[in-house]
Write a protein that binds this ligand. Structure first.
Ligand SMILES: CC(=O)N[C@H](C=O)[C@@H](O)[C@H](O)[C@H](O)CO
Ligand SMILES: CC(=O)C(=O)O
Length: 303
């Protein structure tokens, strides 16, 4: 039986860290990873959507993971997202991640071409077979165009290494369905941060999220309320979190660019989001500052 306890908690999706020229910055990666270790989150999810993996070369993705591991490896749970457009590159990243000693691999389905389900199964299975690591399916239909079926989930769960799903589809019912219809005990990570409470209430064991990185303490508290069945407090806090997310996404610039700017206001400089992700426009800066103030107020209230 694999140890699933090490995944049960708050796992921020790690942001891409660039220098002022837009190059992957080893120093900034180590600085940001160390920051999250000090905040006390359970682990990090490296190289996913928030890590801008889609816009990075295989070599850059390796540098990112190497520096995360250098800073916090062995001190927190590390999940490496290793899906790349080709199976070939994904396998290279999988083996590299295993050599670095990460805890688990995660992968989206193949992107761009709409492929039949058996091609998706083959893609994931090659990654599972490439290493001995735990493997997490990443279900995010709104960006990949493929919604995980219970049939494929159960085929994948037949592999001992496949331990669960990071579920970013919007229906909370999907989480519940995967829990009830799966043929073995599995771990489910809530994806949409706006419904962390909903996902956890309907069976998610943990969370991996894109906005945890700008307010990890808020999600740590929310997770604690849920574990202690303080549902009234949990809903109030989820609402406070959502007002901040709604504020951030009201910017024209991409959410990742906005969150990087917000982190920079706290001295955590990790550059800008990579194009073609839209950068912040002039009017966004005041909105992002407001979001930053809302975060500070919330954290003060929680302390
Ligand atoms: C579509 C998407 O990227 N979803 C992320 C992961 O599940 C979430 O963490 C969002 O970043 C978050 O819920 C903000 O909308
Ligand atoms: C947002 C998220 O979970 C990701 O980076 O994939």
């Amino acid at each position: 039986m694999r140890d699933l306890e090490k995944y049960k908690g708050i796992i921020p999706a790690f942001y891409a860290c660039y220098d002022e020229e837009g190059e992957v910055s080893p120093e900034r990666i180590q600085m940001l990873a160390t920051h999250y270790l000090e905040v006390g989150v359970k682990g990090l999810y490296v190289g996913g959507s928030s890590g801008e993996c889609i816009y990075q070369t295989v070599n850059e993705r390796k540098i990112v993971l190497e520096n995360v591991m250098k800073a916090v490896g062995g001190k927190m749970t590390i999940i490496a997202h290793i899906a790349a457009p080709s199976t070939r590159d994904s396998l290279e990243l999988a083996k590299h991640a295993e050599n670095l000693g990460v805890d688990a691999l995660a992968a989206i389905p193949p992107i761009y071409f709409v492929l039949p389900e058996d091609a998706i199964e083959n893609y994931w299975t090659s990654m599972v077979e490439a290493t001995d690591l735990d493997f997490i399916i990443y279900n995010i239909p709104q960006t990949t165009g493929y919604a995980l079926s219970v049939t494929l989930l159960n085929k994948m769960l037949a592999h001992e290494q496949v331990i669960g799903v990071k579920n970013s589809s919007m229906p909370v019912l999907d989480i519940n369905t995967f829990k009830l219809e799966s043929n073995k005990e599995l771990i489910i990570f809530n994806g949409p941060d706006e419904q962390f409470l909903g996902g956890r209430s309907m069976g998610a064991d943990a969370g991996i999220g894109g906005t945890y990185g700008v307010m990890p303490q808020a999600y740590l508290t929310l997770d604690r309320y849920i574990r202690h069945s303080q549902m009234r407090e949990a809903l109030d806090l989820q609402n406070d979190i959502n007002k901040i997310i709604f504020k951030m996404v009201s910017c024209q610039g991409n959410l990742y660019d906005v969150m990087k700017y917000i982190l920079s206001l706290d001295g955590l400089k990790i550059g800008q989001a990579r194009l073609p992700l839209p950068r912040m426009v002039e009017t966004d800066f005041a909105i992002a500052k407001e979001a930053h103030e809302m975060i500070q107020k919330l954290l003060t209230k929680l302390n």
